[in-house]
Design a protein around this ligand. Structure first.
Ligand SMILES: CC(=O)[C@@H](O)[C@H](O)COP(=O)(O)O
Ligand SMILES: NCC(=O)COP(=O)(O)O
Length: 250
C-alpha cells in the first residue's frame, strides 16, 4: 500500500532574525519562502510574535500575497493577533504559547487550562474559513481537549524529544519518543489531523516521518542554519529526501 503523503512546511522566521540583526531588508524571508517552494516545500510557516522579534506584520502580508503554497500563520491567542490573522486570511493558523522572556517556544499550548478562552477564539477562526491547528505537547489530556475544542489539526511539539536526542540523553529521548508515538495515534483516533515540529533536523525528521499518523512537519531553525553552508534549495531537497526515506518505512 502506498504511504500517506507527508508535507514539509518550511518556517522562515529565522531569516527575519538575521535581517533584523542589522535592520534593513536583507535577507528577505519572502525570498526564502519562494526559494523553498521552488525546491519542493509544500507550505510556508511564519510566527508573528507579539514582540515582533523576527517576522513582522508586513512580512506576513507579503507572504500571503506572494507565495503560491499554503501559509501557516503561527500566533498567540490574543485579540490583536485574531484581528491580523482574519485580515491576512492565511490557509491555517497555528495557536502557540508565547512568553516574552523565552528564547524560543518552550512547550505546548495549555488547551486544558485555557479551554474557556480558546473555544470562542477557535470558533472565530473557523468562521473566518481559516483552518486551526493547536501546538500542544503529546499529552493525552491536551489531545482530548483539542478534539473537544473542534480544532481540526494539532501540531505536536517535538522540542523536548529533539533536545534530548541532540544532547545524547538516550533515556529521556526514548521516553519523549514514546509519548509522541502514543500521542499521534490517540490524536488520529480522535479525528484530528496530526502535524509535528520544533527542533527537527535531518535525523529526527527522518525518524518521525516513519509515523503514518503524521501528515505535516514544520521545520525552520535547523534548515535556515544549514542553508548558510549549502544553500536553502539544497537544504529543502535534503530534508525532503530524509522525510521520504523515513516515510518509506511507515
Ligand atoms: C512555534 C514554533 O515552534 C515556531 O514558531 C518556531 O520555533 C520558530 O519561532 P521561535 O524560535 O521564535 O519560537
Ligand atoms: N512549529 C514549529 C516550527 O514552525 C519550526 O520550529 P523550528 O524548526 O524552527 O524549531
Amino acid at each position: 500500500m502506498p504511504a500517506t503523503p507527508l508535507r514539509l512546511g518550511v518556517n522562515v522566521d529565522h531569516v527575519a532574525t538575521l535581517r533584523n540583526a542589522r535592520g534593513g531588508r536583507n535577507p528577505d524571508p519572502v525570498r526564502a519562502a519562494l526559494i523553498a517552494i521552488e525546491a519542493g516545500a509544500d507550505g510556508i510557516t511564519a510566527h508573528l510574535r507579539e514582540d515582533r522579534r523576527h517576522i513582522r506584520d508586513e512580512d506576513m502580508a507579503r507572504l500571503k500575497a506572494e507565495i503560491s503554497k499554503p501559509l501557516n500563520f503561527e500566533m498567540a491567542a490574543t485579540d490583536d493577533m485574531l484581528r491580523i490573522s482574519l485580515a491576512t486570511k492565511p490557509h491555517a493558523v497555528c495557536l502557540v504559547p508565547e512568553r516574552r522572556q523565552e528564547v524560543t517556544t518552550e512547550g505546548g499550548l495549555d488547551v486544558v487550562g485555557q479551554h474557556n478562552a480558546l473555544a470562542p477564539f477557535i470558533a472565530r477562526l473557523n468562521d473566518g474559513g481559516i483552518r486551526v491547528s493547536l501546538f500542544i505537547a503529546a499529552d493525552p489530556a491536551q489531545i482530548e481537549m483539542a478534539a473537544r475544542l473542534r480544532a481540526p489539526v494539532i501540531e505536536i511539539h517535538t522540542g523536548a524529544w529533539c533536545d534530548a536526542v541532540v544532547d545524547g540523553r538516550t533515556e529521556k529521548a526514548e521516553a519523549e519518543w514514546q509519548r509522541i508515538v502514543a500521542g499521534a495515534k490517540l490524536a488520529k483516533a480522535a479525528g484530528l489531523e496530526v502535524h509535528a515540529g520544533h527542533g527537527l533536523d535531518y535525523a529526527t525528521a527522518e525518524k518521525i516521518a516513519g509515523l503514518p499518523e503524521i501528515m505535516e512537519l514544520n521545520i525552520g531553525y535547523y534548515m535556515i542554519g544549514e542553508a548558510l553552508f549549502v544553500g536553502l534549495a539544497e537544504t529543502v531537497r535534503s530534508m525532503r529526501a530524509a522525510m521520504d526515506r523515513g516515510r518509506s518505512r511507515a
